[in-house]
Design a protein around this ligand. Sequence first.
Ligand SMILES: [Zn+2]
Length: 88
Amino acid sequence: MDLEDEKYLVSTAMIKHGGSFVKSLGEALTHADKSNTLKIKSTWPEYWQKYNLKSCIDCGNPANKSTNPILCNTCFYARKRTNEDGVE
Ligand SMILES: [Zn+2]
């Protein structure tokens, strides 16, 4: 995954799930160029790690990384049920 993709994932998750400071950091990230992105990443590696989440493609919540396509458990089972009912 390149830095731009990571930055997008991290900033989105920070804004969505973070407390007030982390949320602001996420906002700052959306305006950061490559050099500032790297500074944020190296200054707060623990936040970067925590919010570098894969997001469910259906609802945007943190996803179960082992599913393909990437889905959270709720959407994974919802799709599974739909498929078994033969609706799709
Ligand atoms: Zn979902």
